[in-house]
Design a protein around this ligand. Structure first.
Ligand SMILES: [Fe+2]
Ligand SMILES: [Fe+2]
Ligand SMILES: [Fe+2]
Ligand SMILES: [Fe+2]
Length: 442
């Protein structure tokens, strides 16, 4: 269907400032919320944080703009700030940091899988698939702590929509920054879908990084704190990777337009998909607000760039965040690409066997894991609690865990505390032996 937000009527800008009661929404109930309502809430918080931060950067760096327009950009930033509070504070106080963490990684897995399948640029798609397998492994690592520390069945958070099993091992996500930098799209030929897809996942990854930065220290368990530190650092790499896909020669006026368009597209998708009637009301209001933001950005773009906004964003909405179960797709990529690594020149990917001996990521991995990799320790520790790691997938995938690990592990720069496939196999066998004894009540 056609929906050209440049031609739709939005909410008048003077009406967008809300009072505190309107800003602070009633939180959802963690036991009742649909997992994809929660992923939308988390993603839209990330989109708003980016929208807010961008306006500050814009006003700090752009001097060739008159004071009336500068004031309008500043007003826009304030509205983004209010929307961000509404989105983020839908989260209830009794949802623990680890529970929210599992939901953040579910966002990353199911969002990136959707984007990969709806990405017209094959190189960008490949990059999405690459990032996907890393966040998939984060979900598995955090699930161990959720079980050990808080007795949480990770299933209660992901509600059977996302599998939990080893991905590309987190200890191998640490790369030389130069390798994380990918080839950027060409602003004059890239489709609006590509531009919106990248800005959407980038906003999500940045917010995940920020969430770990602000919450990883809230546990006393030192190994868990170290795991947050390790995974936060990977999210920093994800921000580096996804932002490098965007064309740096886009002007800040062009980027302003793209930010507002991305907000419109995401809220549009949220309105279409939301099953919680109360929360849907917020998505509808925010979509109306964003349409007006887009009109303001389009006017500023026309005034200073003397170009038609449709050259940048096209004349139709795109769908960037359709949350639904992606298990089959993720399993396919997992089996095919768990051994993929970043190759030099920002253009290619290699398998473990193909990377050169002097691969620039090896010294980084050797340095950060020189004592141990916290993401491996969590599997070592969970053995005491559960005999083996906590996983949840279909039987076919569960049976492939050991062989997946074998394929995903490197031979070089491997942490000393690594759980190797042989050990994992022993853990699985021990778990099977003891299961029957444990299940007996007396
Ligand atoms: Fe916004
Ligand atoms: Fe992640
Ligand atoms: Fe990530
Ligand atoms: Fe906006």
């Amino acid at each position: 269907m056609t929906f050209n937000p440049l031609k739709e009527k939005g909410m008048a800008f003077e009406k967008q400032l809300r009072n505190w009661h309107q800003i602070v929404a009633k939180p959802y109930k963690k036991q009742k919320v649909d997992c994809y309502t929660r992923t939308r809430q988390i993603l839209m918080n990330g989109i708003e944080v980016e929208g807010w931060g961008f306006k500050h950067q814009f006003n700090r760096f752009v001097s060739s703009i008159d004071s009336k327009d500068k004031a309008n950009i500043s007003r826009l930033g304030r509205i983004e700030n209010q929307q961000q509070m509404t989105c983020n504070w839908m989260c209830p106080e009794d949802q623990s940091v680890l529970e929210t963490t599992l939901a953040y990684e579910q966002v990353a897995v199911d969002l990136t899988a959707w984007l990969a399948q709806n990405e017209p640029d094959s190189y960008v798609k490949e990059t999405f698939d690459f990032g996907l397998l890393e966040d998939f492994d984060h979900l598995y690592r955090y699930s161990q702590y959720a079980y050990m520390r808080e007795g949480i069945e990770p299933e209660d958070i992901v509600q059977g929509q996302t599998d939990i099993i080893t991905g590309r091992p987190t200890q191998h996500h640490h790369n030389c920054n130069g390798l994380r930098l990918r080839k950027h799209y060409d602003k004059s030929t890239a489709s609006p879908q590509t531009k919106v897809n990248i800005l959407t996942v980038l906003s999500g990854e940045q917010q995940t990084h920020n969430f770990y930065a602000e919450h990883g220290f809230m546990y006393g368990d030192h190994v868990l704190r170290e795991t947050y530190a390790e995974i936060k650092d990977v999210e920093e790499e994800h921000v580096t990777m996804y932002e490098s896909l965007t064309d740096p020669s886009e002007t800040l006026f062009e980027k302003l337009l793209l930010h507002e368009f991305t907000e419109v597209c995401n809220y549009y998708t949220c309105v279409e998909d939301e099953t919680d009637e109360k929360i849907k009301k917020y998505w509808e209001i925010f979509l109306d607000m964003e349409i007006e933001h887009l009109h303001i950005a389009a006017e500023i773009f026309k005034k200073y760039e003397k170009r038609d906004p449709e050259e940048v964003i096209g004349s139709n909405i795109v769908i960037p965040c359709r949350f639904k179960s992606q298990k089959a797709y993720v399993q396919k990529i997992l089996e095919k690409e768990i051994d993929k690594r970043l190759a030099p020149n920002g253009k290619y990917y290699n398998t473990i066997d193909e990377i050169p001996k002097d691969w620039a990521s090896y010294p980084v991995q050797e340095r950060v894991s020189e004592i141990s990799a916290p993401s491996e320790n969590c599997i070592n520790i969970v053995e005491f609690y559960h005999d083996r790691d906590i996983i949840k997938a279909n039987e076919n995938l569960e049976n492939k865990e050991v062989s997946l690990l074998k394929k995903g592990l490197q031979k070089t720069a491997v942490a000393k505390n690594t759980v190797f496939p042989e050990k994992l196999q022993n853990m699985i066998e021990k778990h099977e032996e003891r299961k029957k004894i444990k299940e007996k009540i007396i």
